[in-house]
Design a protein. Sequence first.
Length: 263
Amino acid sequence: MTSLPVLVEDARGIRTITLNRPERLNALNPDLLHAFDAAFLAMPADVRVVVIRGAGRAFSAGHDLKWSAEENAKGPKTEAELAATTDGLHQITRRIQGCPVPVIARVHGFAIGGGAEIALSADLVVTAESATFRFTETAVGLVVTNGFTAVLPRTAGPVVAKEIIMLGEPFHGGQALAWGLVNRAVPEENLDDEVAKIVLSLREKSPNALLLAKKLLNSAWEGGLEDVMRRETGASVTAALSADAQEAALAFAEGRPPAYAVS
């Protein structure tokens, strides 16, 4: 029986999405990308946090070059077909950023090319210190996707971004932390505990406030300071009128945790 390319598990308000092609180091092919997309489209209402992880020895080795070679053997692709393939990769960022709840990437082993793009697209990234990140696209005649020609200069700075993309040299989890690409870098044996700490903290927060904060942060590139403040004003009004804000005020007055806080 063929294994599913992506496994989805829901438990206690946490949706865990596991890239599940361990025999190929979770390399990305259309089946995996379609299943990944579906995991974000069908989200139960009670999900508070999403965790993305990889099965086996790696998070993801990136684009499946074996699949590409098999496809190329069938004949040349049209521009429209190639554009559709790239757009399938772009759906990664769209789904993660469009997800109404925080998305955490748990990274171990290899996060290469498209695998690194999945990991670093998450709202919060927890990596093993020993994990290996690498953008190999220039070595195999491809280009970086998922908006990372904009994301990397804004996170690591343009000088480091050019080194990461143009040289394509591997760097470990500790270096990713130093460059500001990830939130936490820990020994691999501590990965699950560190992810659990972040999940617990997020589950104590207002879901509505997290949703609004994520929208504001993801739109930070758009426009100037006045545009940013205008968006913040709208979000502040929405937040202040929300049931979560009213519950928080009542809980504070009564000396108890708010009802939305789940331990």
